[in-house]
Ligand binder design. Structure first.
Ligand code: GUN
Length: 290
């Protein structure tokens, strides 16, 4: 029988811990953390993500500011706004929701964020710190995955971990975190050009599925007793539901779960932990600014 990793529950616990800390700051009449989020365009899923981030801030007692731009704003206007937030003493941290429209360079945008306010942990300075194990902001999803693994006391030392996907915001950073001292996993990253993916994944004690392809990981790819962390969040049509869609993970949950020791559901696994990681980074940004 497998253990279902309840990301929703763990995220709620962490949110409580943060809310208690914020209440203390408020009682002492100290400044409460303030996160700003910049959102460009009209993509509906990105819009939901940003709205949820603002909602999370409100729930723990943070202040939040949402800055919206039309899809066709010139890159320079966005860069000017970032410079303004960098210099605004009232803002502790901010994020620019990705993806951005094609005419705007994501790299340029990320590099223009003050690393001390980079609540997403996407700036090369913060990614560099992560690589060499210095304290800094960690990208939200990898941070959330590591925290889930720790809170469920899942052994990583010396175990074979296969990360499927090499994105800058999930696959690559989580592979680095899991191989670091303290986590000590032996990590393999597989991707779209890897040969014999099935054979490699089948060897894994821990599988992190993060390539955004619904039900890619099937039961024949999973070793008996493996730990499976599903990062997939593809929207698929679901007529008759309230929203008209549902989230599909990268794992064929129904058939894979019976082989696992631990597995995350979608939704309710990694997603809530990603959201709470942004709050943790914002709290750290506020503390560092004192
Ligand atoms: N798009 C998908 N995930 C993320 C995230 O964690 N942060 C930002 N800014 N954009 C995203």
């Amino acid at each position: 029988m497998y253990t279902l990793i309840d990301g929703k529950k763990v995220a709620a616990e962490i949110k409580n811990e943060i809310a208690i800390e914020v209440a203390k700051l408020r009682n002492e009449r100290k400044k409460v953390p303030h996160l700003a989020a910049i959102f460009v365009g009209d993509d509906t899923s990105s819009q939901t993500y940003v709205a949820n981030k603002v909602k999370d801030c409100n729930e723990v007692g943070f202040r939040s500011t949402l800055v919206k731009f039309e899809n066709d704003i010139p890159e320079s206007v966005l860069l000017d706004k970032i410079a303004e937030l960098n210099n605004d003493d009232d803002i502790d941290g901010f994020i620019v929701q990705l993806p951005l429209p094609d005419h705007i360079s994501e790299n340029k945008v990320i590099e223009s964020i003050d690393p001390s306010k980079d609540a997403d942990g996407f700036h090369p300075v913060n990614l560099g710190k992560m690589v060499i194990g210095l304290p800094g902001f960690l990208p939200a999803t990898p941070y959330g995955i590591v925290e889930l693994i720790k809170r469920y006391k899942i052994e990583t030392s010396g175990r074979k971990c296969v990360v499927i996907g090499r994105s800058n915001i999930v696959g690559r950073p989580v592979s680095i975190l899991l191989s670091q001292k303290g986590m000590d996993a032996t990590v393999t990253v597989v991707h779209s050009r890897t040969k014999n993916i099935k054979d490699i994944v089948k060897e894994a004690d821990i599988i992190i599925a993060a390539m955004g392809s619904p039900s890619f990981v099937t039961a024949d790819m999973v070793k008996e007793g493996a730990v499976v962390i599903d990062v997939g969040t593809t929207r698929i049509n679901a007529p008759g539901t309230k929203t008209g869609f549902k989230l599909a993970g990268d794992v064929d949950f129904e058939n894979v779960a019976p082989k696992c020791s631990f597995i995350t559901p979608v939704p309710g696994g990694v997603g809530p932990m990603t959201r709470v990681s942004l709050l943790r980074n914002t709290l750290m940004a506020a503390r560092n600014r004192k």
